[in-house]
Design a protein around this ligand. Sequence first.
Ligand SMILES: Nc1nc2c([nH]c(=O)n2[C@H]2C[C@H](O)[C@@H](COP(=O)(O)OP(=O)(O)OP(=O)(O)O)O2)c(=O)[nH]1
Length: 132
Amino acid sequence: MKKLIKVVGAIIENDNNEILCALRSPKMNIPNHWEFPGGKVEENENLSEAIVREIQEELKCAIQFKELFNDNTHEYDTFIVNLITLKCKLISGSPVTTEHSKLLWLKRENLLSLQWAPADIPAVEQLVNEKV
Ligand SMILES: Nc1nc2c([nH]c(=O)n2[C@H]2C[C@H](O)[C@@H](COP(=O)(O)OP(=O)(O)OP(=O)(O)O)O2)c(=O)[nH]1
């Protein structure tokens, strides 16, 4: 049976209504695909704790959880991911890459020009269609 992993991804928007996108590196699984930065939820933590921890570890900045945005389960060849995207607010510092190949701030209307990890597509489409 395929392993099911629970993952949180942060949707961080700046004052110009741009959204932070992160490119998975060639060394990561699902390499060279764009994603919402984040990672696996650990057993002892809630979604808000998980996303704050992951973003501090990966992007070296502090965020605050705002609201649940999208919850999508996607079956890859070797595992199943339950990707929960959360709207978050940057509260201190600015994101820097530690594991990703690149970070990019993009307007909603340009999000679909990137090659996203397949599990992310419903959240990306919901963002593109969202009224702001
Ligand atoms: N972080 C993140 N992972 C995603 C997204 N979409 C998607 O399919 N994934 C997949 C890629 C990975 O297989 C898995 C998350 O693993 P990860 O490697 O980012 O998480 P992590 O930092 O906790 O991993 P680890 O190095 O501790 O094992 O979910 C997304 O938008 N964000």
